[in-house]
Ligand binder design. Sequence first.
Ligand code: SF4
Ligand code: SF4
Ligand code: SF4
Ligand code: FES
Length: 961
Amino acid sequence: MLQYFDPKKECNPNKDYGTPSVNSDFETNNSADLVKITIDGQDIAVPAGTSIMRAAALADINIPKLCATDSVEAFGSCRLCLVEIEGRRGLPASCTTPVEEGLVVKTQNKKIAKIRRNVMELYISDHPLTCLTCSANGNCELQDMTGQVGLQEVRYGFEGENHLNAKKDTSNPYFTFEPSKCITCSRCIRACEEVQGSFALTLDGRGFDSKVVAGQAESFMDSECVSCGACVQACPTSTLMENSVIEQGQPEHSVITTCAYCGVGCSFKADIKGDEVIRMVPFKGGEANRGHSCVKGRFAFGYATHTERVTTTMIRNNINEAWKKVSWDEAVVFAAKRIKSIQTKYGTDSVGGITSSRCTNEEVYLVQKLIRAAFGNNNVDTCARVCHSPTGYGLKTTIGESAGTQTFDSVEKADVVMVIGANPTDAHPVFASRLKKRLREGAKLIVVDPREIDLVNSPHINTQHHLKLRPGTNVAFVNARADVIFTEGLHAQTYIEERWELEAFDRWEQFISQSCNSPEALADITGIPAYELRAAARLYAETKNGAIYYGLGVTEHSQGSTMVMGIANLAMLTGNIGREGVGINPLRGQNNVQGSCDMGSFPHELPGYRHVSDDAVRQLFEQHWGVEIDKEPGLRIPNMLDAAVAGSYKGLYCQGEDIAQSDPNTRHVEAALRNLDCLIVQDIFLNETAKYAHVFLPGASFLEKDGTFTNAERRISPVKKVMAPLGGKADWEATMALSNALGYEMKYKHPSEIMDEIASLTPSFKGVSYQRIAEEGSLQWPCNDETPDGTPIMHIDSFVRGKGFFALTEYVATTEKVNKHFPFLLTTGRVLSQYNVGAQTRRTPNSDWHDKDVLELHPHDGEDRGIVEGDLVQVKSRSGETVLTAHLTTRVQPGIVYTTFHHPESGANVVTTDNSDWATNCPEYKVTAVQLNKVNQTSQWQKEYEALNKQQVSFLPQADE
Ligand code: SF4
Ligand code: SF4
Ligand code: SF4
Ligand code: FES
């Protein structure tokens, strides 16, 4: 019987098919486009371009192989996979031979078997015979193939001349390279090139002398390696092996879960022994990452069992006294009493809460429910306030939905990619690898960033335009770009007529065609030469598929929301929305920031982005929750902090956020926290905020609970418990306990019940359930009666708001200006190895790559100021000052300095100001005017920080208490 194979859908993600699936959209093909062949008597139909090896594997005929694996293109070097083709001479390699109509293939005969044994004999003669003590024992493809070909003797002895004495490279903290076991199959090299796009490995020498080397024959740590692990995963032997497996042995079982770091939302197999995670292996079936990973998700999970985890519930009357270890019951009763007494004294609105984008959807939902139902107000906010709140506002206004429009797969169809204010290789590395692959295939790249991000100079990528705009001038830039597209007639007129509100368009048309919006008029403001801006605008507008990816360099400005609307205008103007390869793609920072917004974490919105003032929506929740909900929006985080300083806001429940480190103007945040009468912090570590807390509830890491995360593609993916919560409760259980202590009953037995409640109350989640997620692997919302399988691409036939809305985006310069007292502009960002406030990654060997934040400045500025590499530099703004170590680099332009904020003692946010986006209060982190001075000691704030840190750590209960 003829078997048809859909290359995308029929694959078992746990099986290696030898070569990748062909890049064909099966659903648009009909069976007539398939190629039919016969392998070992079985008739098989597969898409053209499929290798014989893969076609056979799809029919469960497993041809021996060593140099082939389905994450990389076939190479054809080991000759183990040869087959016989009727009517053809010789024995071709099945991994490099594509199917052809009518081929009749035999995968096994005596001659083939003999050749395969000979091949294996040669391999084994140059391989250490230490199988029983090898860390790959039982999970080694060389071992498997030896058995599969029936090798019984090795005629050439075991004294191979090439590799047996090669030295180990243990420079990488997470994996070891043991070249004596290398079979030079080059799978690692191809994985580094094709999957990761780093080109860190090469095959040095020829023939028997060939060997794998990193960089210029350096150690892995000194090479361009970014420790993504793709080579380790591709290696068929133990040559490249995780140190955790070397130390702890092979895992026993696996659980599929989702990375808890960034908004890419990579799917992983947590490989476990007992209840200990041995390694995290990127899951091939994960649709966000397609089997790839970065150093954080792949290796930096050890924080979950770090000795600094705080796993006991603690209380204290004030922050100048030691913590008292208490039971969960005592802690929540203490917290509830304090919250109630504050409300009695200062009023219902004097307390509130902050949800966590590190926590699951279900946990976020419960926190906002607790604030609304048990606290009785809408004073709930989330960290999206300080990152992507302008995305929510800007996209809702223009296209009607507060989320990105695409899947990550979509980038494979893009012809021009514009990356604005984002640094994907550092902040969204797995997406960056997919993007780089597309760029190597020929898509064009436009980078809009004041700093030279790594993408600009990636190997084999040609950046058409790097537009180095001045920080704070995004809106001027986007207007100039729209002006070029419109005035040069490059816009999609028919699309506009069909899909836009024409009245708004007419208004916008008049606005954008004003001469003040031309690239020439704005060149002095943006710093971008008009000719280059025009060329880049034409490139984007004239291509078939133009995609925009953006990050916090767009949102964290005084005009963040305006810029998001400007980006939406560009996409709508050119018809680049509503299909694959195009779209508006906000690259979300934290793992569940999309989810925390979806779940009603904003003070003005209930789950599903519905305004609290909408009577019908409120009634729906009121009926279900059995309480009355305030119809007035509550306080945003900055308002909470201001009110706390003013003395009218006295109680805060802060789950899994570290506002003392992450929010701007640290001294103001600290003053606010010190003024609270009840700060309840729920976290896995004594973070900076917890140093001001009265109640500490131990949080659970992503390995300690069930739930779901939603990534930047709106993809809801499962989070699975692999070990018991170290503090005794998952975070949703802790919130329930607090709610019950406050007198508002919650009695969920499992997070699936919370998701059922969310689905019953939120139209875009109506079709979501744990059962559906288990069946599908993940679901992209909206998922409801109209779209039961979810929605990969949004706005296909119409916008969520009906017609698209063209918002006017007038450029208004920030008030944060340089002058002779503050002549430099400071902008901030992230590095690959650290994550956000660093609470997790700083407690892993990732700090080997970045153990402190430095200040990047241009060598000319260094020379002017007498600052050399490694000097201590005072960075002083209108808000405050800190001291950082200088790093001179041409990555930044003269007049612009840059730092990261991964280490609390750096005090990057002591310097950032209270300025914020006009619509959402998202802080203007990306533009701070500063002065630089060479100094020889740390700042006053840093000294105070050190003292506070020492004191607060000493207040923790001792181990034997
Ligand atoms: S870990 Fe990643 S970047 Fe490093 S050599 Fe391997 S594949 Fe290349
Ligand atoms: S290190 Fe592993 S993957 Fe790389 S060539 Fe050697 S055996 Fe092959
Ligand atoms: S890209 Fe993001 S989600 Fe994926 S492994 Fe890295 S940190 Fe995790
Ligand atoms: S697996 Fe085909 S040549 Fe190695």
